[in-house]
Design a protein around this ligand. Sequence first.
Ligand code: NDP
Length: 247
Amino acid sequence: MDLKGKVAIVTGGSLGIGCSIALDLAANGADVAINYRKHADEANAVVAQMEKMGRRGLAVQADVASFADAQRMVDTVREKFGRLDILVNNAGINRDGVVWKLTEAQWDEVLDTNLKGYFNYIRAAALVFKEQGSGKIVNITSINGLRGKFGQSNYSAAKAGIVGLTKAVARELGKFSVNVNAVAPGLIETDMMRDAPQDVKDKALAEIVLGRLGAPEEVAHVVTFLCSDLARHVTGEVIKVDGGQYI
Ligand code: NDP
């Protein structure tokens, strides 16, 4: 896929799926800026890997839950790289608990990061994409936003919200030739999942018809496709990358 000359932002690019997406976009020719909240060394290592590929990379410490940080990040990228073509909203957290035990703080933290965080970046990028008459937005949701997960009412609500957000924004930006899609992974082996209880992983594994957990790169390849010209007539879609876990 040819993304030469394109400039991308990937939120939460220091680890896991976001790191794989950033590297895959770079491997296909894009210059990529990532943000992170805590893992500065990991984020800088991702940038170093992209630079080794001959691409420009940038790591910015920016909390996706902050509206002001999102605008600052988009401004910084346009200043340094001269343009913006692709936004991948990926940064996410989980703070699990059954609903009768969930605290207000757990609810707010997950909704602020996983849903408002996506709005913040779309809001900042939309004006740029609208004015230039092109752009790609890919939002990482989850199959748990499509079916609801026990112990994850906050996370499932945020991820379901991303689906509505994706479809509404696809309608709003379609006439400006901006594609807006979502990717819904099933269980993928990353830090987020490494600490999950073994019985949760075993249960997920039993559901996955391909018989194995997914790898971050397998999500990344689908995101890269959606960011490429090959997917130019695809918008408002939610594509599962789950080895058949949702079937
Ligand atoms: P990881 O925990 O491995 O990585 C999360 C990334 O998000 C890190 O780079 C982290 O950066 C960043 N991040 C978290 N909070 C913030 C914040 N407030 N501001 C900026 N960056 C932040 O998660 P995964 O890679 O597993 O998950 C990535 C996405 O995929 C999430 O949206 C998740 O919900 C979704 N997903 C994951 C699945 C899985 O099985 N792993 C399944 C379905 C969906 P840092 O730590 O440096 O702050």
